[in-house]
Design a protein around this ligand. Structure first.
Ligand SMILES: [Mn+2]
Length: 568
């Protein structure tokens, strides 16, 4: 088991001191210490995220300019456009901005980007807003690099306030105001806000300004009511759930759990979230896929309308439409997945995968690429072609940087962009083979230099008896879990399998014993790896409280397991 996992380092003396200081278990203190919260004060603040600890917006570049411009729009008043990207971050950003502007009495036109018309805020979108008489445009989660549309707006006397968190190109932006944490002159010290977080900061600051000026509409607004939207967009966008995002998401999940928006209430009900609290898992696996389905298959306008719906019946209709689209998305995804797995067989020995075919739906290639990385543990690009023109998504593993990797293939691509862990490409069908050869060569070079996926990093080594209800409840205080605050992972060596059962499509349920300790465990998607009763295993997993028909029990969710080599 030695090479199956690696223990995250922590100062054990600090951990002991912290356990005593907080009155918590040693395992909990060890995890907090390893994550950088080694003093009682910092740990207590981490364990109880409070809105009062949010940093003020000081240092957000162009914030005052944007506030002034929005305030000016309310005095004329002007017709204002909101334009959002088609994913959950874009949709929730747009919703926050629309809610603010409408509450201030402005006439608002809201439109979402369409996947079929390319990326971001286009000249066509700019022209349409100008022709509708809009004199101010706010973009959510796009716009930073869309200089052509920004210049066009400028020439037509339309001011654009960009609210975004994508890469900022060098040089002066043609936007009236650019709110983006990645501006080099932005001194707000947390750089991890998603666009919906930036939109929240802007909306709250506009409300503060107008309230100070005696505006009754602004005074009646409560920014906390927007936090459910911030939680949705921030979790779905996979930005770090640390610092301001942790505070916003913790409060936002509480707000979201109240399901005050009729559309979200209906969507949650359709998703089988009946009652109780909504956490990051419910957002990631149930709500976000449904909200994203609209943008993947057709028009994200449906998702925006759902977030903004004010009556139950309309909310239910929109939720049902999103459910239908999500089922259609799943069906299409299954087809592309089967075809991609079949195609991958031809490259079993290659260190990377580049797959593509005519007709693979471009709305699902990103999900399929991510699933292929899970299955094969190789950097993967999946391309959907439409009349020979391909759009694809790349996902990676093992420290292979996609921006660097794709830049080595640029002669075969018509375009590429994105982040080190997730990127997009455009490529002609005739160039796919050349692209594949270049991408595989870049990956081969990377992995030959010894860079590879390390063993799983665990937070602590524990016995089955350690992982009881008290422990699980202490661990729950580290939530919300997500990027840069992962669910604590334990190595539990030398457990014996008492019984196993395959449940659902392919999940393995186990009862594990060690001495007098007994625990249920679930291994999702590992139904084909049943070790059988009596097997001795070393397992790696997390401990969660499982609520079923009012009964609360501990359950281990297994990440992996191997035959135990430890002494009986
Ligand atoms: Mn985003």
């Amino acid at each position: 088991m030695a090479d199956a996992w690696r223990l995250r380092p922590a100062d054990e003396d600090s951990a002991r001191g912290l356990a005593a200081g907080l009155g918590m278990r040693g395992l909990t203190a060890r995890i907090l210490t390893a994550r950088g919260f080694s003093t009682a004060e910092s740990a207590a603040r981490f364990l109880s995220p409070r809105l009062a600890d949010l940093r003020p917006p000081d240092g957000i570049a162009d914030l005052d300019r944007a506030i002034d411009r929005i305030v000016a729009a309310t005095t004329r008043p002007e017709k204002v456009a909101v334009f959002g990207d088609y994913d959950v971050d874009g949709t929730t950003s747009a919703a926050i901005l629309v809610l603010l502007l409408r509450a201030l009495g402005l006439d608002v036109v809201a439109r979402m980007a369409k996947r079929s018309s390319g990326y971001g805020f286009s000249p066509g979108d700019a022209t349409a807003f100008a022709e509708q008489g809009c004199t101010l445009v706010l973009t959510g989660d796009c716009g930073t690099s869309d200089h052509e549309a920004l210049v066009l707006c400028r020439s037509r006397g339309v001011d654009v306030i960009v609210i975004d968190h994508h890469h900022v190109p060098t040089g002066k932006s043609p936007a009236f105001a650019l709110l983006n944490p990645h501006r080099t002159d932005d001194t707000f010290s947390f750089k991890g806000l998603a666009s919906c977080g930036v939109a929240f900061y802007l909306a709250a600051a506009v409300r503060t300004r107008l309230r100070a000026e005696g505006n009754a509409q602004a005074a009646a607004l409560d920014p906390r009511a927007w936090l459910d939207l911030v939680a949705l967009g921030t979790i779905a966008d996979l930005v770090p759930l640390t610092h301001e995002n942790r505070i916003l998401v913790a409060a936002g999940l509480r707000e979201l759990s109240l399901l005050r928006r009729p559309g979200l209430a209906a969507l949650a009900e359709n998703a089988g979230i009946s009652s109780g609290t909504i956490g990051t898992a419910e957002v990631s696996y149930r709500l976000a896929p449904r909200l994203n389905a609209a943008g993947r298959l057709g028009d994200a306008q449906l998702a925006l309308e759902l977030l903004l719906a004010t009556d139950r019946q309309r909310g239910q209709e929109l939720a049902n439409s999103l459910d239908d689209l999500n089922r259609e998305r799943q069906r299409i995804q299954e087809q592309v997945w089967s075809a991609a797995v079949a195609a991958a067989a031809a490259y079993a020995d290659a260190p990377a995968l580049v797959l593509g075919a005519e007709g693979w739906h471009q709305g699902v290639v990103g999900i399929v690429a991510a699933k292929l990385v899970d299955k094969y543990r190789k950097p993967t690009v999946v391309v959907g072609f439409n009349a020979g023109q391909g759009r694809g998504s790349a996902r990676t593993v093992g420290g292979f940087d996609l921006v660097q990797g794709l830049s080595r293939c640029r002669e075969h691509l018509t375009g590429f962009g994105g982040h080190p862990m997730a990127a997009g490409v455009t490529v002609a069908e005739a160039d796919l083979a050349g692209f594949r050869a270049a991408f595989v060569a870049a990956a081969a070079e990377h992995f030959a230099s010894g860079a590879a996926e390390g063993p799983v990093e665990v937070d602590a080594v524990a016995s089955l008896a350690d992982l009881d209800m008290t422990q699980a409840e202490e661990l729950a205080r580290l939530a919300p879990f997500g990027t840069d605050n992962s669910e604590p992972l334990f190595a539990v060596p030398g457990v014996t399998v008492r019984s196993t059962r395959v449940v659902g499509a392919s999940h393995l349920q186990l009862t594990l014993v060690h001495g007098a300790a007994v625990s249920d465990a679930i291994a999702f998607g590992m139904g084909d790896k049943d070790p059988g009763p009596g097997a001795r295993l070393d397992v790696i997993g997390s401990a969660e409280v499982d609520e079923f028909r009012g009964k609360r029990k501990i359950r281990l969710r297994l990440r992996q397991f191997t035959r135990s080599l430890s002494e009986a």
